[in-house]
Design a protein around this ligand. Structure first.
Ligand code: SF4
Length: 359
């Protein structure tokens, strides 16, 4: 939008969005309760690329009154982080890997976020004693091989803090590799500074899963940031959320993964959207998603495609959306999902009882 390219501060309020012409002034009253509930933040680089609220970036980052409409199967903790959290900041869902969430701040707040009830400027960061307790937990679990830093976005930590945390993790003898999940290189590439790159150089392998949903997110600054991270010895992987009105066609996803491949980012996950509150306008059915994925298989070699996966609601883990993990639909459009232990779960799940929010 005109006048925004020199802006450096993030866009955080409805008034700023209206001043930039990104939301109509007439919609401000309807959007006020949305902004009160879910954080707004766009980097200047992202805001400058948005033409209107229905383009692929506007859909992802501009608030909508539809976010206040919830359905019974939606859940404030859609992938069941809380039931697998033995220590604050840790989610231990799988045998040999563990999530560490040092903070709940992101460079942008996605309107479909699966952790939307906990991320935002009021979201808690771990204190030094809490970090110590989380690292002690990891050190006490010798079966763990990998620690995945997520949040929030771990690249929002100050580089010195991030480097120190990665170093302490790498010093744990049984931890063989580290992974970070981030949107920063694409939506806020200016944060990829020499200091940040130095923090990523560790004695053990580091990989980074880049969250990117549409080729229009990738510009020359993002390519430069990704190349620099790759040059620092970090393996780059892709994470994409399949989103109605953003990337729900085989052509759009093909274009995205070709653009990511040029940037040296290997295909990893295509996520079916989670049942986060107020995100119904982004969700496709499994039948729609599977049809898109099938069409992608006709033009891409298997190694060029990420795995199409769904986190089974309730914390039962991620599974590929294909047999033998998937059965259905039945006459009512319901599926059965087989978790890694062989147990079956209905999808969509039965309505959840009201519960407390947060991890
Ligand atoms: S970057 Fe990830 S954690 Fe942050 S708001 Fe977007 S989806 Fe949620």
């Amino acid at each position: 939008m005109a006048g925004i390219s020199t802006r450096r501060a993030p866009v955080r309020t409805l008034a700023e969005l209206a001043a930039l012409g990104l939301v109509p002034a007439a919609d401000l009253a309807a959007l006020a309760p949305v902004a009160a509930r879910y954080a707004i933040r766009l980097t200047p680089a992202v805001a400058a690329k948005i033409a209107h609220s229905y383009d692929p970036l506007g859909r992802q980052f501009l608030p909508s009154p539809a976010e206040l409409a919830t359905s019974p199967e939606e859940n404030p903790d859609p992938i069941g982080d809380a039931v697998h959290s033995p220590v604050k900041g840790i989610v231990h869902r799988y045998h040999d890997r563990v999530l560490l969430k040092p903070l709940h701040i992101c460079p942008v707040y996605c309107r479909f976020c699966f952790r939307r009830e906990v991320v935002g400027p009021g979201g808690e960061s771990l204190t030094a004693p809490e970090i110590n307790a989380a690292l002690a937990y990891i050190a006490g679990q010798p079966q763990l091989r990998e620690v995945i830093l997520t949040g929030g976005d771990p690249l929002m930590l100050a580089p010195a803090k991030l480097g120190a945390l990665l170093r302490r993790l790498a010093e744990i003898a049984h931890i063989e590799r580290l992974r970070l999940h981030s949107r920063v290189p694409v939506v806020d590439p200016e944060r990829v500074t020499p200091a940040l790159l130095a923090s990523l150089r560790q004695a053990k392998p580091v990989r980074m899963a880049i969250h990117c949903n549409h080729a229009s997110e990738l510009d020359s600054a993002a390519y430069t940031a990704l190349a620099a991270i790759g040059d620092a010895g970090v393996g780059l992987l892709s994470q994409t959320v399949l989103l109605k009105g953003v990337n729900d066609s085989a052509e759009t996803l093909s274009e995205l993964w070709r653009a990511l491949a040029v940037a040296g980012v290997a295909p990893y996950y295509l996520h079916h959207p989670d049942l986060a509150p107020g995100t119904g306008t982004f969700r496709l059915t499994i039948a729609q998603g599977s049809a898109i994925y099938l069409a992608l298989g006709e033009v891409h070699a298997p190694a060029e495609l990420p795995r199409y996966v769904l986190d089974i609601p309730g914390g039962f883990g991620k599974v590929p959306l294909a047999p033998p993990h998937l059965e259905g639909p039945d006459g009512q459009g319901r599926y059965r999902l087989r978790d890694r232990h062989g147990n079956w779960h209905l999808y969509p799940p039965p309505p959840v009882a009201p519960q407390q929010t947060g991890c």
